[in-house]
Design a protein around this ligand. Sequence first.
Ligand SMILES: Cc1cc2nc3c(=O)[nH]c(=O)nc-3n(C[C@H](O)[C@H](O)[C@H](O)COP(=O)(O)O)c2cc1C
Length: 217
Amino acid sequence: MNVSDAVAGRTSIRAFTDKPVDTALIQELLEKAARAPSGGNLQPWRVFVITSETMPRFLSFLSETDITDEAAYQIYPNDLKSPYRDSRFKVGEDMYALLGIPRDDKAARFARLAENYTFFGAPTGFFCFVDRQMGPPQWSDLGMFLQTFMLLAQEAGLATCAQEAWAMRPNSVSSFVGADEELLLFCGMAIGYKDPDAPVNGLYSDREPLDVWARFV
Ligand SMILES: Cc1cc2nc3c(=O)[nH]c(=O)nc-3n(C[C@H](O)[C@H](O)[C@H](O)COP(=O)(O)O)c2cc1C
């Protein structure tokens, strides 16, 4: 697989088979992904892996814990402007259409959102944290690392979904994985083998045309 194929073929996968993922493979992909660039070579990503062996214990912990969570950070700006707001709306509507969930079925939409907190059934996942000392430049480095990981996973036949939804459960996650207080949870990453029969996995999200976001001066 070349880079163009990996970039074009990667999509966010939100339904997985039960097949476990070998922990040695995750370790190998993480080590390769750490070749991602970062400003000043800070390598600010701090990763906690939930292995296929640990996943059942993690999910029970989440459902049983009474730890109070408050958002680690605000995921989207208030009053998101166009065209950003339109893109967000469109991908959501496209996903719910594939799932056959109408706009007014709030309960079904809520239940779908809640599936974030089971890693969408993925057998394995990780959490990406960053030191609270870091700012926007280092947060962007996390993106470099995460996309590099997702492309390498694509090459290895694995499917992924980055999940900032986990920013709503930071205390529960930190408590389970044993993250220091100085670490802030940025996102989760669901990892597993794609369920080819799940309609939601057919989502191929739109992209804005080049002239919306690039100018050749
Ligand atoms: C940092 C980050 C966080 C994300 N968080 C979530 C999430 O919490 N839940 C979800 O279903 N998708 C999440 N996504 C997936 C995006 O919705 C997806 O990348 C976007 O719609 C483009 O679709 P594609 O990944 O299939 O190309 C996230 C993506 C990124 C990069």
